[in-house]
Design a protein around this ligand. Sequence first.
Ligand code: ZN
Length: 249
Amino acid sequence: MNLLRSKNLRRGTLLAVLLTLTGAGIRLAVRRSAEMMPDAVPVSAQHSEAPVIVLDAGHGGIDGGCSTADGVPEKGINLSILLGLRDLLRMSGYEVQVTRDTDRSIHDKGIEGIANQKSSDMDNRLAILNAPEHAVCISVHQNQFTDPQYSGAQMFFSDTNAQSESLAQIMQSQFQAMLQPTNSREIKRCGKELFLCYYCKHPMVMAECGFLSNPEEAALLVTEEYQQKVAFTIYAALQQWLAANPSVQ
Ligand SMILES: [Zn+2]
């Protein structure tokens, strides 16, 4: 019921109802709610300056990323969240591009060796993020730490685009409001170590959606239902940010 108290949600009651539904139900309900809320959904086709939304699912192929205690890798969770988010955005009229929509690395053909493939993969992801003239970029990841007690989403951003911090803040607040009421994490500024965040020229956030090293959070993150709730949380945050930032730098 924390949803009902959120000032961030203009239609908190409706969203609270939506979040009680299953993933498929959420998609249907979002489409219906979009019809009821013509002011809330910018349609990119009607607005030449509307940004492309570029989504990146972290890892893929031989690179599984981090994993749960019983071996479920991050890469598939990231992809499921990305595909749900992509569908929600496309239903709302946005142009959406993704770095991958299957379980694979996107390195150039003919590259030998895992390190070289990873380097090529990251270069190609960055090229996809930076290709549009106007874009907003989200990279989806899961976190891991040696101490299993830590949990909760955390957003990372770089100062290399001045609009990224506010995007990260809205997204962090939306996770707290809609999914994780006890999450007191703060957004974190990154450097070159987060390659995509740092070198992306558009507003960009890397969303660490939760900790696979925390047993309770991992048990949620491996379910399709929770993955769709995460997708909807990011979708709601993007909508809110875009309403406040009609032109992106
Ligand atoms: Zn990752």
